[in-house]
Design a protein around this ligand. Sequence first.
Ligand code: GTP
Ligand code: MG
Length: 370
Amino acid sequence: RGTMTVGETAKLLHKDASEVIKKLIMLGVMATINQELDIETIQLLAGDFGVEVEVKIPVEDDRFETMEEVDDEANLKTRPPVVTIMGHVDHGKTTLLDAIRSTNVTGGEAGGITQHIGAYQVEINGKKISFLDTPGHEAFTAMRARGAQVTDMTIIVVAADDGVMPQTVEAVNHAKAANLPIIVAVNKIDKPGSDPDRVKQELTEYGLVPEEWGGDTIFVNVSAKQRMGLEDLLEMILLVAEVNDYKANPDKRARGTVIEAELDKGRGPVARILVQHGTLKVGDAFVAGNCFGRVRAMVNDKGRRLKEAGPSTPVEITGLTEVPLAGDPFMVFEDERKARSIADKRAITQRESDMGANTRVTLDDLFKHI
Ligand code: GTP
Ligand code: MG
């Protein structure tokens, strides 16, 4: 909505309507309490009351972006869960990811050159799991800060010889704030002096109580290094996925999130994308952040060329005009012209908001409180 009434404006500015009307008269506007004000007037008013306002006029296409399309239940199909791994420094996140990846290459894919695409997919008994290989908390936090919801559940790795540490607590808090199911992987159980029960004990203080102690948090003892307990862990992930029944509609234009992107000397801008809705196809015109393009080539985490990729599939694509940012929304449009015009509009909005970077309250924020 581009307007608010005098009454609503007053409420948002925490002023009496009479004060707002007085100010309006001073601005040369004779208004009643139910009169609709345009954005410029609201901005002027806000300025007069010492509230800085950044104008974000909702563009038709941007509204499309934020609009949550409701899929018909009948069109939804079960999709693989998307899992992130978090935990304290050196507790074994990378080792665990690598161990899972290397133990679970399916026959046909064995021997394929593993690509670093910021995410990968494993298959267990015909069921897929996508792992986001985010470098620690930063990328995850950055993405969350940008409003990108990419993950379905999180594995918190805690080294059994070290116990709960500051970043463990941070990870628990992140997961809880994002309302994500948590599986605790108690790692390094091969180490002499490791004490898995101590980890459980310590985590109860943060509300993570193991099932055997009457709680509902899944704990799995693993050794990433010795590859112990990995099957149990994967089984638990599939169990959580089954309970939550993650679904998406694969039969529409793709949408997703940029996981990573960079400029490749030979191939130009390259983006790793998690497809979240719909199916991405080679040749599709898309917008990623402020960039647009057309999918020229698409490969999966095993370096295999794909013609299309459905929900929860991580892929690497080329065919962009510029390098987007991690966390940027990715969206396919009917043609390249449309994609380009939306990317251009976004770039302008971005520049405008960069110029007004010192403003604190956005008009969107104000409208949100109605
Ligand atoms: P950062 O990315 O730096 O936060 O660390 P990380 O959590 O990714 O830990 P990483 O996988 O790099 O492991 C840290 C150290 O712990 C390495 O020396 C690993 O070999 C070792 N390590 C990881 N898992 C195990 C395990 O199960 N047992 C033993 N004994 N050592 C492990
Ligand atoms: Mg690491």
